[in-house]
Write a protein that binds this ligand. Structure first.
Ligand code: SF4
Length: 350
């Protein structure tokens, strides 16, 4: 069989079906490419045909994903699969190279400046490392009050506002004049959560938000996330490489491999009966003492470089079921059952 150029056909967005309200967040065909800028000498060599143009990293490749209000969507994949890049795009920290983002039914590219700023405040991010969002040189009271004060969101007494923010994440307000380094890792993450919530967002991107914590502290912080979700009516995109975390916290799970979502379904369905061979490989049981936690184990073969992803289905060099079509044509992420989508040619074989 002669391989043809790889094609990716856009999948219909996940989430709401006809008659349902628009999802809170809808991503359509989101792409992110990184390209290192050549220096002057290299540019001259490229112009003269003596050097190749710099390679492009396809970090995120035509991602469609919808998240309904009040949902927790878990985004899972190996390190380097593009999940953190996608999270940063959603949070407005990185611009996408292509595709469309709609928030509360409005295309963000068509919003006025004021509307766009309001939408950005409504979407906040919690990082793996709290130091990424906490300046070690300022007191935590100032770290928490800085953004809401700037945006005019503090009504009344600033001290009382800070106390309230700390109390709801379980930090004693009498510690508010301390610095970030004076707290434990779990407390720092609670403070980072308080800081993200201080501008009253509706949507939180959590990027490996418990990955750096001890297991016992992880459980406490996960419970805090769930408690805050109920109390503050929040919606989460929860990014993690830890399958146990995704299984515990998310309503729906999206599995990402080399920049593409390969499977998306209610979490229970993904864990009970994974459809995509990559998801199946991730979930394969491995003998372990602590069976309550599932982490990635080695899948045969190495994760290919996003600089030169394999043609067709990116997973084909590692897939035990690969056949000719897989090497030539990228499978479309399509509905295989109500609420379930998968990108595998095996689903066309009947
Ligand atoms: Fe494996 Fe082919 Fe399915 Fe890709 S499309 S996961 S290579 S069977």
């Amino acid at each position: 069989m002669t391989p043809t150029a790889p094609t990716i056909q856009p999948a219909p967005p996940s989430g709401a079906s006809a008659g349902e309200p628009a999802p809170m967040l809808r991503l359509e065909g989101i792409r992110k490419h990184f390209q290192r800028k050549p220096d002057i000498l290299r540019r001259a060599l490229i112009r003269a045909g003596m050097a190749r143009p710099p390679q492009v990293v396809h970090a995120v490749d035509s991602v469609d994903l919808s998240i309904r209000k009040g949902e927790v969507v878990g985004l899972v994949g190996e390190s380097g699969c593009g999940k953190s890049t996608l999270g940063r795009i959603v949070a407005g920290i990185l611009p996408q190279s292509g595709g469309r983002i709609a928030f509360n039914g409005r295309d963000m590219a068509k919003m006025t400046r004021r509307e766009y700023q309001a939408a950005q405040l409504d979407i906040q991010m919690v990082f793996q490392n709290p130091f990424a969002s906490l300046n070690p040189r300022i007191k935590i009271a100032d770290a928490i009050a800085e953004a809401p004060a700037y945006h005019g969101l503090i009504e009344g007494d600033r001290n009382a506002f800070v106390d309230e923010q700390l109390l709801r994440v379980g930090i004693d307000p009498s510690y508010k004049n301390r610095f970030a380094h004076q707290f434990s890792g779990g407390q720092r993450q609670r403070i980072a959560i308080a800081r993200a919530l201080s501008v009253d967002p509706a949507f939180i991107v959590c990027d490996e938000a418990v990955a750096a914590l001890d297991v016992s502290i992880q459980a406490q912080v996960l419970n805090l996330f769930m408690d805050l979700k109920e109390r503050l009516d929040l919606t989460y995109l929860f990014i993690s490489h830890d399958l146990g975390v995704i299984e515990h916290i998310s309503d729906r799970a999206a599995i990402m491999y080399l920049g593409r979502i390969v499977e998306e379904a209610p979490t229970e369905d993904v864990f009970r009966a994974p459809n995509h061979p990559y998801t199946q490989a991730l979930l394969e049981e491995v003998p372990r003492i602590d069976t309550s936690r599932r982490k990635f184990h080695a899948i045969r073969g190495e994760l290919p470089s996003p600089l030169a992803p394999p043609p067709g289905c990116h997973f084909h060099p590692r897939c035990p079921h690969a056949f000719d079509r897989c090497r030539a044509e990228a499978p479309r992420l399509r509905e295989i059952a109500p609420g379930r989508r998968s990108a595998c040619h095996l689903n066309d074989r009947g």
